[in-house]
Design a protein around this ligand. Sequence first.
Ligand SMILES: [Zn+2]
Length: 444
Amino acid sequence: MTSFPYLEYTLASSVLVSAFQHYLVWRQYRKFAGRDVPGELRGQVPPEKFAQSQAYGRERARFSLIAGPLEEGMEWAALYYGLFPLLWRVSGRLPGRWPWPSGPAGCEYARLLVCFGLQYVISTLSTLPLRLYSTFVIEVKYGFNRTTAAQYVKDVLLSAVVTAAVGGPVLCAIHWVLARYGDQAGRLWLYVWLLLAALAMVFSVLWPVLIAPLFNDYQPLPEGALSSQILSLARSVGFPLRKVYVVDGSRRSSHSNAYFYGLWRYKRIVLFDSLLEQNSGHEERIVAVLAHELGHWRYRHTLKGMALGLARLGLYLKAYAMAAHQHRDLLLAFRFAPADFPVPSLFGLLFFMEMLAPLDNVLNYLLNAVSRRFEFAADAYAQRIGFRQPLREALIGLHIDNLSNMNPDSWYVAWNSSHPTLVERLERLREEGEGERDGKPKQN
Ligand SMILES: [Zn+2]
């Protein structure tokens, strides 16, 4: 009996998904050639800023059209030529020579760590030239980059250390569950899912406290007009605010210019220093951005987003478990040899996830649609508690300062954007503002 052509199917479907995604980028690329400021933004965005954002967007889109296929091509080649099986064989020779934990079980964990470590190094180095070009050519050209070469090297090394410290134990834990409950196909997916869900919860708490400070500097917001406005806003809506931090995020371009984290009654707010700089003299705009973030808190968007993400993961794991009897064929199709067995199920799980690329693409589309609804709801919340005008100004300012996409392609946004477009958000803020009195911010 010939088995299903897993590898061919995976490669073909990945190529199709990638072609579709690049078609979307190309559509957006063409929109970036436009010279006319969209109607809603006329009079709000200076034409030269619009032209600059178009040029920046066009350059990034062009980069993505070239870099995307290159990176994906390397991934497909790795799958086709069996990079993972090769690394598994190579790493099998190493543990015997070094003082690894004794016994075959200990050896297997060590071998897995070596194998995935090698894979990490290869994938990091192979994509490094493209990332260097992005940071030190494109970002420099538009004045966004503040990273020095030394800082960049430090970041790459630190990321590797953090990946090893966090990813290593996670990898071992998944391997442990798969090996221990591998014979219970019916419930295996549930055990793996519970493990990953628990890890997601733990990291959402520990990440901002333990990991994020390794990469950035977090300082408490100095007392003053801004901090008292923020505190009184938090108090007026019942947000259990413990502390406000300023992060030196300016050296890395990022979408989130303010966010909150923390469990139950220990919430913290983080503001990017660039947000403070760009809005100095307009503190009400910063407070309006926070009012939007508080909307996310009020409607439990973080929790809902996490639940959706975990539901997606559960679905994939369930599908993997249902195909349990095919695992050997799957591993063989992805270039493992009969002599390599027993092969950890972890590889089967990874290859299976690769096969789900088309489904993942569709689910991403749905999750982005949900995320955009959340953003509208958070805007509406900020508007309701009195921040319509400062939020409009803050959104326009953020787009100007980040040269964000002001002329989006509707298909591109529908598939790829977690946030609605600037024009949509301004229109919605206007519509919802009509019929309501545009009152002064409550806390003033
Ligand atoms: Zn938001």
